[in-house]
Design a protein around this ligand. Sequence first.
Ligand code: SF4
Length: 156
Amino acid sequence: MQLIVLRYQDAIVKSQEIPNEVSLVIYISGCPFRCKGCKTPKLQENQGEELTKEVVNMFLDSLGDDITCIIFMGGDIAPDEVNELAGHVRKYYPYLKIGWYSGDETISVFTEYQNFDYLKFGPYIKKLGDLKSPKTNQRLYRVEGEYLRDITKSLR
Ligand code: SF4
């Protein structure tokens, strides 16, 4: 099996993605989807610096308690690698919440929930809008054991 290297293009601290959390959002390259109206088409290109555990450590060590959460934005090109990074964060930074914003349709591609506190699914469909739109197809879940609680409305 060929190992896919995750790459990232930006890492920004934001407070809008998850309610009541200040998150380091890491924008991962190589998105395999082609949503019409995509707001970040550069993420469809597989370019940028390699996203390793050491890079994640560097970000988290420098931010300390300025953040309460880390979000992997994308990474559908290699969900197993995203899961591995999340597991690393869970082990070495247990005080942080962990989120994954996937562009995939369903949750069936990914069953290992314990490494995540928040999961977002659904591609961007322009006429339905993003997570803040009342018509959106996208869903944000809080992981509660094996149960996923839909908290999409809390973003509006
Ligand atoms: S999943 Fe996100 S980054 Fe990928 S094409 Fe769709 S809107 Fe763009």
